[in-house]
Design a protein. Structure first.
Length: 1013
């Protein structure tokens, strides 16, 4: 039997719950880790430890090239089409980290994974690595003398972004003697052009891509015996025999102390349209990634120092009347010697040189045995334990895979059972940390936060963009005049592979749609007694007295009954009647709710005291406009807690919504930080492209304007000036915020409770008086039994479809971004919806029409079409374009050719169909996502059986009939009389854009912003 070759070397239970077993091939040393979980999907990640000492991006270029065919499957694009036929979700994917390269795939059902995994591994171990694929996927020069290539396009975005420049300099300062941790594994543009080569990529593959250096992680309802039959096709193949000797990457790595002092900051500059703000990063070195208790302790300190208003760095540097930065984050990078980084963004230019001094003062004052709040640390640990259990219901595969990666890369031995148990089940370590005295924590801080650290200050430079443009013009001129010198990089399509069709018989396509193993969710409507018709009672309890917990809520609720140990509550308030003058305060309001003082049990508590209570009693909390980025006139509040603490729900709802105290200085701090956040948003090309599309697609009164920091920047800066003094103007702002609060408390309300009502327990009995803070005066006059989204009303209120097009320059990135949208009337589950899902996926999927013509030619990193029945729209997105005009023209030509000439490939259609079904069902891959989407769909008037019916409609759709249904909608995308077009690009591309789109309007940031009266 194939399984006889795979011996169990390690066993554990992740978080004490999920069985995880590691097998090792006696033949090759290949490791396979299986985590047994429930649900419809099987997730896979294949990891290679990869080390490089140059900036030409060898790990990244190889990551792209392995998808271009293998010796057994010598067809470009065959892998992705095979994965879709195996019911893979979004095909295959990959990522390049500093120390490893990972390849991922997720299938609906285990059968597809069993058929596909050996094909995937074959591409990784035996890729073709041809010159033609290198040119299109990595780098080439067009006959016109333009740099292009998919990898090249991707890295253009990172080359001159200020945050990336600071990041690279920090690594150079922390690891001057360790190039493997200092280099850009994705590749720098100059090195991709001049150093990287196919020969170097082939040598790199030979060194690292073999079975001794390969781990396969699987998570799902997997039968090991059946899976090993597929894996053994790779493991037993003679051509895959690993080298006799192999030294694990990084195993001989020694990282010395940082040589820089905090008093010796390095200053770097990056191009920007404004010089008002910058970024600062501070890096420290700690212990080895194999020291599990130390790792857990530092992660706890990260929360203690930077999260919530109780955190010293938040309180002293962010949430002050005169903030030092808009945000601060602490991260821990797992390495042979871990790096701890503090990232300060949105730093006012006059405070850039003050950050490190202020940071060390705050750290020194708040990390001694006398000043550390041990009780708060213990609350954080207790919450981390609860959240770990919660992740088992929401993101179990990624959580398990992260632990496996840490063990694979940095354990001293792959037989180390103690270390494996520590990374798979961190609960005992966390419970041990609960008992540690305050001196333990202060000593870790003293050890970690040394004066020898890397301080990098990033300053925005308005002149730098023009200087870089001139240098680039000179380089491109030289390139154009000397193309003969670069003959090896010139792309000339031979056309010999144009008609080759991958053999897809390796995957046995299912003729019938399989039944999916979905999580069970039973939804029940519970009406308040005040409403005519009474309430719907569900026999959740044998003891009728306990029914008051849910059945006597004073507002309409929908209970989504799931097998969960937690209760997740979503309050939905309909704010469409809120006056326009108050809507612009919503961003401020949502930020204030979790960072302000409040009245609790009759006592006024400080923001720190309230935050400490949050940490103790609430696992997750959030509030925002809309639901899953839809229907923005709704305001939602989300609270998550263990089921046996459900009795705390009304208390915290009241504290957050009713008892929060809006203080002038706190509001001042919030508006300053929001204004600062706009600076980083303005450096993000895709964000600015989205802002343009919102301005084209929505009226000035639309809710989308009231939660965009760029749009509201002037308003926030005006408020900051008014709030500087305690006067009538400042008080009016506080009054407006309180008025907005009152509108929310009076607004029509529904709640969605995701829980197992049987687990709420006796403590869950609630007193109706606990909800009296909600103003039911207006609700009782016109009670709302059930709130549902009304997309027609939503669209009619603020949507606009008048054709228009705008372009904006963004010089902080070398990439361009393109969005085009048309009105597309269709309803969920209609024949038109099914046809649009199928044919937009046909065009957009991996190795689909757009993939080949746009990404395949190196014009852009991504190109896709997608539809939204909620927004009644269809959108085309060209992402990270190196050649934006060519990307658009290629997209237009390819799509119109399909529909004008009816160029339909039945094989591609079958792949698109299976991909559509997989993508639909993948959204229900975890218990939490299933329940959350059930709540969302409930408000859309969609039931779970409608989702399953949609998959059958897709599966059974006739190719020609669906083609004819989709055709007029998709052809409309390229009709200048109907489309909306948004472009964000560097200034040196603006003239080309205007030349190709003569009617396009050039706009500035100011044109997109709300200007206060």
């Amino acid at each position: 039997m194939a399984s006889d070759n795979y011996k169990v070397v390690l066993k554990s239970h992740f978080a004490g719950k999920i069985p995880v077993t590691v097998y090792r091939s006696e033949r090759t040393g290949l490791h396979v880790a299986l985590a047994q979980t429930k649900g419809p999907t099987v997730s896979c990640q294949i990891n290679f430890a990869t080390e490089t000492e140059t900036d030409d991006g060898l790990p990244h270029t190889l990551e792209h090239l392995v998808f271009m065919g293998s010796k057994s499957f010598p067809f470009k694009g065959g892998l992705d089409l095979l994965s879709l036929n195996a019911m893979a979700v979004d095909g295959t994917n990959a990522f390049t980290a500093q120390d490893h390269t990972g390849y991922t795939v997720k299938t609906i059902g285990v059968q597809g994974m069993q058929q596909f995994i050996h094909i995937y591994c074959d591409h990784l171990l035996n890729p073709l690595l041809t010159p033609e694929n290198y040119k299109t996927e990595v780098y080439h020069i067009t006959p016109e003398g333009v740099d292009a290539g998919v990898v090249y396009s991707e890295m253009q975005e990172h080359e001159n972004m200020l945050e990336c420049i600071v990041h690279r300099q920090r690594l150079a300062s922390v690891f001057p003697d360790n190039a493997c941790f200092r280099v850009e594994t994705g590749g720098r543009l100059k090195e991709i052009r001049e150093l990287c080569s196919l020969e170097r990529v082939r040598n790199y593959h030979q060194k690292y891509y073999h079975l001794k250096n390969m781990w396969i992680y699987l998570c799902g309802a997997v039968n090991p015996e059946e899976m090993f039959k597929s894996i053994d096709k790779i493991d037993a193949a003679p051509e895959n025999a690993p080298p006799a000797e192999f030294v694990r990457p990084f195993s001989n790595c020694t990282i010395p102390d940082i040589k820089h002092k905090r008093t010796e900051p390095v200053v770097v500059k990056g191009p920007a349209d404004q010089e008002d703000e910058g970024v600062v990063q501070i890096g420290f070195l700690g212990r080895a990634a194999s020291e599990s208790e130390w790792i857990s302790a530092v992660q706890i300190l990260s929360t203690y120092l930077t999260k919530t208003t109780s955190a010293p760095l938040q309180k002293e540097m962010v949430l002050t009347a005169d903030p030092y930065c808009e945000s601060v984050y602490m991260s821990l990078d797992m390495l042979p010697r871990c790096e701890t980084t503090f990232d300060f963004s949105g730093v006012p230019v006059d405070k850039l040189d003050q950050i490190q001094e202020r940071f060390f003062n705050v750290i020194r004052q708040n990390t001694t045995a006398e000043t550390i709040d041990l009780e708060r640390i213990r609350y954080i640990i207790e919450r981390k334990i609860k959240k770990l259990y919660s992740k088992l219901e929401s993101n179990v595969a990624n959580t398990v895979f992260n632990g496996l990666t840490l063990f694979q890369l940095f354990s001293d031995s792959h037989d180390n059972k103690q270390h494996f148990e520590a990374v798979m089940n961190p609960i005992p370590i966390l419970e041990t940390l609960l008992t540690k005295p305050v001196t333990y924590w202060s000593e870790i801080c003293q050890e970690l936060f040394q004066d020898n650290c890397a301080v990098v200050i990033g300053k925005a430079d308005e002149k730098m963009a023009a200087e870089l443009n001139e240098l680039e013009k000179t380089r491109l001129k030289d390139l154009t005049n000397n193309l003969d010198k670069y003959g090896c990089h010139i792309l000339e399509k031979s056309g010999e592979d144009e008609n080759k069709v991958p053999n897809l018989s390796a995957i046995e396509r299912s003729k019938t749609l399989q039944k999916f193993d979905l999580f069970s969710v039973k939804s029940s409507l519970v009406l308040p007694k005040a409403l005519e018709g009474g309430e719907v009672k569900v026999d959740w309890y044998k003891d009728a007295s306990q029914k008051v917990a849910i059945n006597e809520l004073p507002f309409t609720a929908v209970v989504h009954d799931v097998d969960s140990s937690f209760v997740r509550t979503l309050f939905m308030f309909d704010l469409k009647q809120v006056p326009l003058k108050l809507r612009k305060y919503v961003m401020i309001f949502t930020d204030l709710l979790f960072s302000s003082p409040a009245t609790v049990d009759g006592q006024q508590l400080t923001d720190k005291q309230v935050a400490d209570l949050f940490t103790k009693e609430i696992m997750e909390k959030s509030c925002d406009m809309g639901f899953l980025q839809n229907y923005l006139h709704f305001f939602h509040l989300y609270l998550e807690m263990p089921a046996d603490e459900f009795h705390l729900l009304p208390k915290w709802t009241q504290i957050i919504l009713n008892n929060t105290i809006f203080e002038r200085e706190k509001v001042l701090s919030i508006v300053k930080n929001l204004a600062s956040g706009a600076s980083s948003s303005k450096r993000d090309g895709f964000t600015m492209c989205q802002n343009i599309m919102h301005s084209l697609n929505n009226s000035k009164d639309h809710e989308s304007r009231w939660h965009e920091d760029v749009v509201l920047e002037k308003f926030h800066r005006q408020l900051a000036k008014k709030l500087e003094k305690d006067n009538a103007e400042a008080q009016q702002i506080i009054d407006d915020l309180n008025e907005l609060r009152n509108h929310i408390l009076r607004a029509p309300l529904n709640a969605h409770l995701i829980c197992d009502p049987r687990k709420l327990g006796a403590k869950a009995k609630l007193d109706k008086k606990s909800w009296e803070f909600l103003d039911f005066t207006e609700k009782n006059v016109a009670p709302v039994a059930k709130i549902q989204f009304d997309r027609e009303e939503d669209g009619a209120r603020f949507k606009t479809w008048a054709p228009g097009q705008k372009v904006i320059k963004v010089d902080s990135t070398d990439s361009s971004y393109f969005l085009q949208r048309v009105h597309c009337e269709h309803s969920y589950g209609s024949p038109e919806h099914v046809a649009l899902l199928l044919w937009t996926n046909y065009l957009s999927m991996m190795e689909g029409v757009l993939w080949k013509e746009v990404r395949g030619n190196g014009f852009a990193y991504g190109a896709n079409l997608y539809v939204s029945p909620d927004h009644q729209s269809m959108t085309m997105n060209l992402y990270r374009c190196s050649r934006i005009i060519e990307a658009y023209e290629a997209s237009k030509k390819a799509v119109l050719k399909v529909f004008d000439e009816e160029l339909i490939d039945s094989e591609l259609y079958e792949s698109a169909k299976r991909g559509c079904v997989s993508n639909t069902m993948s959204k229900y891959s975890s218990l939490k996502s299933t329940a959350t989407l059930t709540a969302f769909n409930d408000m859309r008037g969609i039931k779970m059986e409608d989702i399953e019916a949609l998959t059958h409609q897709i599966w059974d759709a006739d190719m020609k009939e669906s083609f004819q249904l989709a055709k007029p909608f998709i052809m409309k995308m390229f009709d200048e009389e109907h489309c909306l077009r948004a472009i964000a690009c560097p200034s040196n591309k603006v003239e080309d854009v205007k030349k190709n789109f003569p009617k396009i309007e050039t706009v500035t940031v100011a044109d997109l912003q709300y200007t206060p009266e």
